[in-house]
Design a protein around this ligand. Structure first.
Ligand SMILES: O=C(O)/C=C(\CC(=O)C(=O)O)C(=O)O
Length: 296
């Protein structure tokens, strides 16, 4: 584990390999984060982890190395509801990054407008108890009604064991829903296991539920080259090809024991999206529809 003198942790590898897979032009890394820099953008007093700085320059250098063109930066829990680090990274991107914010549900409309102006296109509701203390469903629902006028969506992060319990809440969300890391299914169960079956029945209720086919490093206990992840996820990409997204998850919060290699993670893409058409949908067309819709 890599911690500095202040106990701040590094969860990403400093020397990712160069992937063999070459993404199509315009490819979007649709799930990544920035941390700090903490001297300008301090972490939340409620943060459950204290990472080292991983700012926009590092993110954009990695993007270049991996062959991607754009990013969707998701506000990480360590920054709480202070979205300045995410907005700063978007502002430095020359239009090549958009973001997903975490906000107090009682945020005034003018502040939502300012976030929209800054490149935010959705809000994230995090249900992982190890990351956040409170996830008030009623207030989240009220907020999801208020963001409809902006054309935004909701990103939800939950683990497979609470999908059934969350269903009434999820079903009531009146805007598109994006599920982080597919709701963390147990990929070792395979493509027809209980977790994937429950996820598919949720996806089948509405055409505007999207999934991020991300995080082989978090989801596959067997590790690289992530054969279990590929086996479970490839059929999902094929069945829901118009609403799948992909991202690195860099800087891999809380993965300091593994330090995932981003090059190896990129090389999973052509194994879950096996044709050029599926790769174009996953990496370019789908994220463009969701995050750059006004540009189309
Ligand atoms: O990077 C992710 O998506 C997953 C995270 C971190 C996170 O979501 C957060 O800090 O907000 C995790 O499982 O620890």
């Amino acid at each position: 584990m890599s911690a500095d003198a202040e106990g701040r942790i590094r969860s990403w590898t400093l020397t990712p390999s160069t992937p063999r897979f070459v993404p199509p032009p315009g490819a979007v890394d649709a799930h990544c984060h920035v941390f700090g820099p903490a001297d300008r953008f301090p972490f939340s007093p409620k943060a459950k982890y204290m990472p080292q700085d991983a700012g926009p320059e590092m993110l954009f250098a990695l993007r270049e190395r991996l062959g991607f063109s754009r990013n969707v930066i998701v506000q990480a829990s360590c920054h709480g509801t202070d979205n300045r680090a995410t907005l700063d990274a978007i502002a430095k991107s020359n239009g090549t990054a958009r973001g997903v914010a975490v906000v107090d549900p009682e945020i005034p409309d003018e502040d939502l407008d300012a976030l929209d102006e800054g490149g935010i296109r959705g809000v994230r509701f995090n249900f992982l108890k190890r990351l956040v203390e409170d996830a008030p469903k009623d207030r989240f629902l009220e907020l999801s009604r208020r963001i409809a006028r902006l054309g935004w969506h909701v990103v939800v992060y939950f683990e497979a064991d609470i999908l059934a319990e969350l269903r009434p809440f999820l079903d009531a969300i009146p805007v598109p829903v994006v599920v982080d890391h597919m709701g963390r299914p147990d990929v070792a169960q395979g493509p027809d296991g209980a977790d994937m079956t429950a996820l598919r029945s949720y996806l089948d209720t509405r055409p505007d539920i999207w999934i991020k086919t991300t995080c082989p490093d978090r989801l596959d206990p067997a590790g690289a080259p992530y054969d279990g992840f590929v086996h479970a996820v490839r059929p999902l990409v094929e069945a829901y090809s118009d609403r799948v997204l992909w991202g690195t998850d860099w800087p891999h919060p809380n993965m300091e024991r593994l330090l995932p290699d981003d090059g190896v993670i990129v090389d999973v893409i052509p194994r879950i999206a096996v044709t050029p058409e599926l790769q174009q949908a996953l990496l370019v067309d789908n994220p463009t529809r969701l995050y750059w819709h006004e540009a189309r």
